[in-house]
Write a protein that binds this ligand. Structure first.
Ligand code: SF4
Length: 449
């Protein structure tokens, strides 16, 4: 009856959210305004479906979606911050929060602690299937293929109505992290002057910090030719053989931070060239990585970036063909181009898939969480194309997606105070920026619930 009375008294006005979200004017008891929830998507804070819309409610409520996410994360062998572990023990951080303040786990450094969590939970026998509840709504997430990508950190508020998911694949990939660490190691050793051949990473914050520490960026081959002393660090993209020759002939010291996955392609191309093969690189001809790969071949090289180029490809020789790929090239396109070129007759054809899955993993995880999230935060530099791409992927799945460069850009008033908030970040986003945003969200969003 009380519910009916509230519905009768509250007709829609400007103060209510017509989209069926929270109505502040009639939310005296912290409940959701039932009257305006015509779609039946909103559930009340007790996790029940409001009486008025019970019959039409076919959506998962916030609590159910968070539970489904929790199960997906646990099903991947990970533990959830702020909850009892699979063996029933309370994590130390939860015990620490018994004083009623923000629980310590919300402030724990996610990446540092999460690694320990992951290692500790590898023996978990829980699987998504075993955990799948009778409720069909929960299994809609926990048992899907996308749930396998959800291997990040999950924090759930004590009332179960707010969750923050930080993607495991957010930020630096292995190769970029290694390259950035290499520069800082050289700085710590007191070596001067230090140069990087091209910016070590597409992130203004990092490049500025390195500049302040005395690291200079060499922008061109001509500039490199003029330098006569110092250390040159090769970034993860790698360079061609000619760049090493210039460094050596100018008496410079080289520190090679080329990603091992890229280095492997250099070796393949060099070897196949020596064997007399004609090399085809599937990738973007203007990308530094492709230019570097090209620089290791001793024979004919063709770069193919588009389907049209694949279709019109004509071998320059009658020698065997060797196809490799730029590490960040789209896998589907790679297979498609290879299929097109395989139509060529009379040529021996060796295909080496040299695509690195770091980008694919990052995008898959971001897409998976964005599908469940009420709000997505994508962190990265405004000039980072992979962050832009990540933003587009998330935006497609979750219209409430925000692109931020640092936590200063984040307007928490735009972030809903219940539901799932997901965080991902581009390949060039430093961990410290991700942690700042994540910590801020944990302290504010989760503590609102
Ligand atoms: S994307 Fe892959 S190949 Fe490229 S730097 Fe990162 S780890 Fe290395």
């Amino acid at each position: 009856m009380e519910n009916e009375r509230r519905i009768a008294e509250h007709m829609p006005d400007e103060s209510c959210d017509a989209a069926g979200k929270i109505c502040e004017s009639c939310d005296e008891a912290g409940k959701i305004c039932d009257a305006y929830d015509e779609t039946g998507k909103i559930c009340d804070t007790a996790g029940k479906i409001c009486d008025a819309v019970e019959k039409s409610c076919g959506e998962m409520c916030v609590r159910e979606r968070i539970e489904a996410l929790r199960q997906a994360v646990c099903g991947n062998g990970l533990s959830v911050h702020g909850e009892a572990s699979a063996n029933g023990d309370l994590p130390a951080d939860q015990e620490a929060s018994a004083n009623g303040g923000p629980s310590a786990d919300w402030e724990a450094p996610a990446n540092g602690s999460s690694l320990a969590d992951r290692e500790a939970s590898t023996d978990s026998s829980l699987s998504a299937d075993q955990e799948a509840p009778a409720n069909g709504g929960l299994s809609a997430v926990a048992g899907t293929s996308e749930s396998g990508a959800l291997k990040g950190d999950l924090w759930v508020s004590p009332d179960g109505l707010c969750a923050l998911y930080q993607a495991r694949s957010a930020g630096f990939c292995f190769g970029v992290r290694r390259a950035v660490d290499t520069v800082y190691e050289q700085i710590e050793k007191g070596i001067r002057p230090i140069y990087t051949y091209g910016p070590i990473i597409h992130n203004e914050v990092v490049v500025r910090d390195l500049e302040e520490k005395g690291v200079r960026v060499i922008q061109s081959v001509e500039e490199l030719r003029r330098i006569r002393s110092g250390t040159v660090i090769i970034r993860s993209h790698g360079v061609g053989r000619d760049i090493y020759s210039i460094i050596e002939s100018n008496g410079l010291r080289v520190v090679d931070a080329t990603c091992p996955f890229v280095k492997k392609i250099h070796r393949i191309v060099e070897q196949k060239g020596k064997e007399g093969a004609e090399v085809i690189i599937i990738g973007s001809a203007s990308h530094p990585e492709v230019q570097g790969i090209r620089g290791w071949s001793t024979g004919e090289v063709t770069v193919i970036e588009t389907e049209e180029e694949a279709r019109s490809f004509v071998p320059r020789t009658d020698k065997p063909l060797c196809v490799v790929s730029q590490t960040t090239f789209n896998l589907k396109k790679f297979h498609k181009f290879v299929e097109i070129m395989k139509g060529l007759r009379y040529h021996e054809f060796a295909v080496l898939n040299t695509i690195c899955n770091a980008t694919e993993e990052r995008q898959t995880e971001a897409r998976s969480i964005a599908r469940l999230a009420d709000c997505m935060i994508v962190i990265g530099g405004k000039h980072s194309s992979n962050t832009q791409k990540l933003y587009e992927i998330c935006q497609k799945e979750c219209s409430n997606t925000y692109f931020v460069q640092a936590f200063d850009d984040l307007n928490l008033r735009l972030v809903p105070f219940r539901g799932i908030v997901g965080i991902s970040a581009g390949a060039s986003t430093p961990n410290i920026l991700i942690e700042e945003v994540s910590n801020l969200c944990r302290k504010t969003i989760l503590s609102r619930c």
